[in-house]
Write a protein that binds this ligand. Structure first.
Ligand code: NAD
Length: 443
């Protein structure tokens, strides 16, 4: 039995039968039942994972910045060290990967890891293009039942996510008609930065660029150190997707979690004047989401950088909520941020008699142990997580499809089964990206 299969079997079978007197050799917490984790990106967001993964064996560290790698190695001195995640993923004893690199490597590292049969926790956003999202999701679905995956939208652990889902499912707004999410961050950039000398010797800039087209080095793409603003590179088309992939991943999750949604059948978007270098600051995208068994087709929208949904009532000041979601139905409106919510009746007829709050015992259970722990436990047992690459993959595919609609400037129809825009041939070129040699998405 391969080590990975053994870990699962040991946990699923109930460790008790295998525990020898006095010495715990096996079982969920035994040394032999620890994951062998590779951490890609050992500083910044990578550090936020140190606590969760330190309960496991961290056997490999990878960072393109030698100083950041050394930072990780101080915490996990026994781990082998790499600068190139492609080489790291070939280390034979690894069975799980946490990917905290910059966005433009996410789908690649995740997909390569799945191809090697590894469990994957990938920081948000899971992908930088519609094609990347589809390839990673399809690969996960092919390997479902063998690996556990989680997209790093850790706010999902807040109990408010469950309460919002219950209210929508139980009809507190009547029949759901539309949903939207928004974020107010504005990180404008004029364009790619000019060449500014050679990268420092401790920084493997070419590996940082990875699959993306070449742009000369400029320190302005990188955070300057602890306490400095992170994600400096995120606004540039070749490195990120701006707020769509950044806070959009977190905030749309609040809405997506209450929809049981499939891919949209249409997309349209508008925003700042198109800039070929940088993604828009002010931007909004809208989608038609097909009906499912418990609700009709609904409209889903994302607003950012100053674009905002209309307030349903002058008593509700949506602008006071930095990152929020709103569900509008036939009987009322539910407005939520990550940790709280307010339910607003839609008029005189909305007397709430149509809605019965759940009994305490029927509430959705809290995520015990936290979001990262959910994935670690899943790797060793059920393989089930809240934000697997199916759930999170579909969500980011929709969000990124909106950027395609923005680039073509038209509303178009989308076939989620094939990943094709069916009535706008110009859109096809924006569904995928072009990569540098040596960086196949499916490696
Ligand atoms: N879930 C959250 O709340 C949250 C918060 C912040 C960042 N993030 C995500 O985490 C990722 C990292 O964000 P950050 O702010 O820490 O960025 P960062 O630029 O500081 O990078 C993090 C670390 O990864 C290293 N790195 C970058 N590219 C690499 C590569 N190809 N191979 C190996 N190492 C690489 C960097 O040198 C750095 O040490 C981003 O994708 C971001 O969206 C998530």
């Amino acid at each position: 039995m391969k080590r990975r299969q053994f870990l699962r079997a040991a946990t699923m079978a109930g460790a008790g039968a295998m525990i020898l007197p006095r010495v715990r050799l096996f079982g969920a917490d035994a040394p032999s039942n620890k994951l062998n984790i590779a951490l890609l990106g050992t500083w910044g967001r990578g550090e936020a994972h140190f606590g969760a993964i330190s309960t496991e064996n961290v056997v490999a560290l990878c960072d393109v910045n030698e100083e950041h790698l050394a930072f990780g190695a101080r915490k996990f001195p026994a781990a082998k060290q790499y600068n190139d995640w492609r080489k790291c993923l070939d280390q034979k004893d690894i069975n799980a990967v946490v990917c905290c690199t910059a966005d433009h490597n996410h789908a690649f590292a995740a997909n390569w890891a799945l191809n090697r049969g590894l469990h994957v926790y990938c920081e948000k956003p899971l992908a930088n293009s519609v094609e990347e999202a589809r390839v990673v999701r399809a690969n996960y679905l092919k390997n479902k039942g063998k690996v556990a995956t989680q997209v790093g939208t850790q706010r999902h652990e807040y109990e408010n996510f469950n309460r919002v889902r219950e209210l929508v499912l139980d009809g507190a707004v009547g029949q759901l008609e539309s949903v939207c999410a928004w974020g107010n961050r504005q990180l404008g950039r004029p364009g790619y930065l000019p060449a500014a000398g050679d990268p420092p010797r401790h920084f493997h800039y070419d590996l940082w660029l990875g699959p993306s087209p070449y742009h000369p080095y400029n320190p302005g793409y990188f955070s300057g150190g602890p306490g400095m603003n992170c994600l400096q590179w995120n606004m540039y088309w070749d490195f990120g997707s701006g707020q769509v992939g950044d806070m959009g991943s977190h905030t749309m999750d609040l809405a997506w979690n209450a929809l049981d949604a499939d891919l949209p059948t249409s997309a349209e978007a508008k925003g700042d004047k198109f800039n070929p270098d940088v993604t828009p600051v002010r931007f909004e995208e809208h989608f038609d989401i097909p009906a499912n068994t418990w609700r009709p087709a609904v409209r889903a929208s994302w607003y950012q950088g100053g674009a905002m949904p209309e307030s349903p009532n002058r008593c509700i000041n949506l602008k006071a909520i930095d990152h929020g979601a709103m569900f509008e139905g036939t009987k009322g409106v539910l407005v939520a941020d990550f940790t709280s919510r307010v339910l607003y009746p839609g008029g005189d007829k909305a007397d709430f008699t149509y809605y019965k709050p759940r009994a305490k015992e029927a509430l959705l259970p809290p995520m015990r142990g936290g979001f990262q722990r959910e994935w670690i436990n899943a790797c060793k047992g059920s393989l089930k997580t809240s934000c697997d690459f199916d759930y999170g993959g579909k969500m980011i595919e929709m969000m990124l499809l909106g950027l395609v609609a923005y680039r073509v400037g038209n509303k178009f129809s989308y076939d989620g089964a094939t990943g094709q825009v069916t009535d706008c041939p110009e859109a096809a070129q924006y569904l995928r990206r072009t990569y540098r040699p040596g960086w196949p998405l499916n490696g």
